[in-house]
Design a protein around this ligand. Structure first.
Ligand SMILES: [Mg+2]
Length: 227
């Protein structure tokens, strides 16, 4: 068996957007009266879709005027992306060196993708194959977006490898019948990420682009032995 398609998550894998998203969302929540820090937002919200984030805001932080909070957040987050967003260290070189077909599968909205990854040159390594949960019925952890990617490329899900930094992404990949590599940002302050991603079903976990390169190579070698 060989890998016919590599499916990359965007936030926290290709770009260092999570700290920026958490910082700006925490500010919007605090301005609406919630008692929350950027680190708490990073831990609680990272890897969730827009609809899941809205639910948490209402149920756990008692936000009443959700639209006002999101409008304030978006006023802040997109200029902040334009000012400080960067590619995950080493990822630009790695992505361009991989000979495989590849795409992006993100729980972020198409608007957020174009205003984050779209600001960076790395966008062109994937375009037009940059897919959002907006394009399917259910976001990750459902398998819908991963099936959508496989269908777009007319490949067997069993020959797809997903690289994702959230348990939701790994769970969705496994549900879609794909192999999954867990990715950990070396700068992520959350403890136990490797264990969480392994428990969600990741076959390997890589911390940083260097380890990801080795993980992809070892997965290819394992698959070659299986043949
Ligand atoms: Mg992510």
């Amino acid at each position: 068996m060989q890998t016919d398609l590599l499916i990359f998550d965007c936030d926290g894998v290709l770009i260092n957007s999570e700290p920026i998203a958490s910082r700006t969302l925490a500010k919007a929540l605090r301005d609406a009266g919630a008692d929350v820090t950027a680190e708490e937002v990073l831990i609680r919200f990272t890897g969730n879709s827009g609809s899941a984030i809205r639910k948490i805001c209402i149920e756990e932080y008692g936000i009443e005027d959700l639209e006002a909070v999101f409008a304030a957040w978006h006023l802040d987050i997109f200029p902040e992306f334009a000012r400080t967003l960067e590619v995950m260290p080493g990822m630009d070189r790695l992505v361009r060196s991989l000979p495989h077909q590849k795409c992006v599968a993100s729980n972020s909205s198409t608007e957020r993708l174009s205003k984050s990854l779209g600001l960076l040159d790395l966008w062109h390594a994937f375009a037009p194959s940059i897919f959002s949960a907006d394009q399917v019925a259910r976001p990750k952890p459902a398998p819908d977006l991963f099936h959508f990617c496989a269908e777009r490329f007319s490949v067997d899900p069993a020959k797809c490898v997903v690289i994702d930094d959230s348990a939701h992404g790994i769970t969705g990949a496994r549900a879609a019948g794909m192999s999954a590599i867990g990715f950990v940002d070396p700068a992520d302050p959350r403890p136990g990420r490797a264990r969480i991603l392994k428990e969600a079903g990741a076959v390997l976990v890589a911390t940083g682009a260097g380890e990801l390169e080795k993980a992809l190579a070892s997965l290819q070698a394992t698959q070659a032995v299986e043949v």
